[in-house]
Design a protein around this ligand. Structure first.
Ligand SMILES: C[S@@+](CC[C@H](N)C(=O)[O-])C[C@H]1O[C@@H](n2cnc3c(N)ncnc32)[C@H](O)[C@@H]1O
Length: 228
């Protein structure tokens, strides 16, 4: 994980969730709920929430009965997650780690499921990192990815893109007092491309895609993948 990314998330940790909820009109909770529901396929499933940030996906999975490890490279984001877990009286494990190392080092592997929500876009080499995460995944288990993608061409999707990618960074800068994170959201979404590209990244990492879903007016893609 590069220093700039870590510092960016450390600096935004305190306001990250509030600002996200405001600018997504509360829809982000549904996207994370979808990821958690796809990850927890059995009672006590061992779930790795990778790029966990403040832990919102992992906490949902834990509330569904999973045994959850939150892994992230930002101490500031994980600290917020720790406080939230204490407040919810949920027992989670925490791993402050760089998930782009080969192989990634996360105690507790293999996991029955792995979630990566809003984590892929930030990666310089997503295929390599996803291949590394796949080594932590038990045979048959789901890797669940959710991320922003470019609009699919429909009017609604293009309108939503205008809001998310033009209006949103300005609103976020007013609310959070800094623009860096949201400017990066826009730049990284352009770099990601459309939902098909997200699917091809996952397939190039050696996994088989078993489900896809469009959410958030077509600006958010969900992918479930498994070992061949
Ligand atoms: C946009 S946040 C997403 C957080 C969370 N999954 C959510 O649903 O809001 C991306 C997270 O990825 C983490 N991250 C980025 N690159 C990383 C890396 N190489 N290793 C570990 N964590 C990384 C950042 O610290 C940040 O918390």
């Amino acid at each position: 994980m590069d220093t700039a990314t870590r510092e960016l998330f450390d600096a935004n940790a305190a306001t990250y969730d509030r600002v996200n909820t405001l600018i997504s009109l509360g829809l982000d909770a549904r996207w994370r709920a979808w990821a958690a529901s796809r990850a927890v396929e059995k009672p006590h499933a061992r779930v790795l929430d990778a790029f966990a940030g403040t832990g919102l996906v992992g906490l949902r999975a834990a509330a569904l009965g999973a045994e959850v490890t939150l892994a992230d490279g930002s101490r500031g984001m994980l600290e917020v997650a720790r406080r939230r877990a204490r407040a919810s009286r949920l027992e989670l494990r925490f791993a402050e780690t760089d998930l782009s190392t080969e192989p990634p080092e996360v105690p507790g592997a293999p996991f029955d499921a792995i979630t990566v929500v809003f984590g892929v876009r930030y990666l310089d080499d997503p295929v390599r990192v996803l291949r590394g995460l796949a080594t932590l995944l038990a045979p048959g288990g789901p890797l669940v990815i959710v991320d922003f993608v470019e609009p699919d061409g429909s009017f609604l999707s293009r309108l939503a893109a205008f809001y998310f990618f033009r209006v949103l960074p300005r609103v976020a800068s007013l609310l959070a007092g800094r623009r860096g994170l949201y400017d990066r959201l826009v730049a990284s979404t352009h770099r990601m491309g459309g939902a098909k590209r997200l699917v091809s990244l996952v397939e190039n990492a050696g996994l088989t895609v078993t489900e896809t879903r469009r959410m958030g007016f077509g600006l958010v893609a969900g992918v479930v993948a498994r070992h061949g």
